[in-house]
Write a protein that binds this ligand. Sequence first.
Ligand code: PMP
Length: 441
Amino acid sequence: VLEWFETKCQGSKELTDRARSRIPGGVQHNLAFNHPFPLAIDRAEGAHLTDRDGNVYIDFLQAGGPTILGSNYAPVNDRVAEVVRESGPVTGLFHEYELKLAESIHRFMPHVEMYRSLGSGTEGVMAAVRAARAFTGHSVVVKVGGAYHGWSDTLVYGLRVPGTYRMNAKGIPFGATSATREAFPHDLGALRRKLIENRVRGGTAAVVLEPLGPESGTRPVPRDFNARVRELCDEFGALLVFDEVVTGFRVGMGGAAGYFGVTPDLTVLGKAVAGGYPMAGGVGGRGEVMAVFGSGLDGRSGAHVQVGGTLSANPLSCAAGYFAIEEMARTNAPVIAGRAGDRLAAGLHRLVAKHGLPYVVYNQGSIVHLECSGVMLLDMHSPIKLLRENKPRKRLMEQMGAAYTANGIITLAGSRLYTSMADTDAVVDDALERFDRVFSM
Ligand code: PMP
């Protein structure tokens, strides 16, 4: 594998070597876990990526999830270009597509009565937490352990299991997480205990969770988990916040809320909500709660919760989101991408059995997991281990990620695969042949 990188990827190597002196850590994104060095991508189209050296890959990273229609999807690009030709990318004032996007989201997610466009999933979660605090008058927020909600101070990974360090928390003062609690997946009893503890101190503003389970279902939750959490939130007067940054539109046009039939108070959207274009994210939900944000007129008066920035709700991102949502509905993209995910997962399952590998394969439509069963069990049942750097898992993911890449497949961290509408049967079967080669190594 190392030899392949050295001989076939010289262009990427030269560029990323140069990047080391001007970009901290070399590059921003190496989600594919390509080692010994990251690849520089020149072209993206449908199901494929082409790197600087002309190597072509089947793309199961799909930018980390947003491109449900496939990469670089011309029908959306063309319409976005028309809007941008007229208004430019930003004016700092209201634009029709801010409204059209909010209306379109509401059409498919009726519980998102109102929607505020922001800059990213991270910002959407920050806004949801702030809104929940303002609405309930309580400050404590409970998250599900191991879940990723972006890189804000208050919701950083692995907060405070006594005696352990806080993962990914360098540069964050301890006080920043003083109103955040964590309950681990599968442990509704622990969640109830947190809510009881908080009640003694005033109450809980919100429970924030990823509805498929932490990290897009890498640690899956039981089928009725969300419904049970909804009941607990109602019992304790806390808002339920669904982080649908990954699941929104990907598991269906109605997102995970539609899939599970559970209605959250607030929903955070990201990724697909701008059709893969930048500034993807926002928060929506019950009108009564969303009213805390006030209007563009009084948002800075101090009477309302302030969120947003210079580029929030810009015409480019909003138009991209609007047209992407329309296209996803017109083409049935989530279902087609989901079928590709089913085919890929079934094929991987056969290959894992054929080669006798200690892997678990499962999928929720277009979100496919390929995890080593030993390290996964460790993650699921040992919160302490989960929070510590899980070295065997990371090493395995790096090695497998690089081996997949050297055989023409890009994955997310060597263990997660997103499919898109562009993944035809032929693309999936081609990928399965490549996986067969890797597993024979
Ligand atoms: N929540 C979840 C569930 C995510 O997967 C992510 C990003 N992977 C985020 C929030 C943060 O979104 P962003 O990267 O747009 O800030």
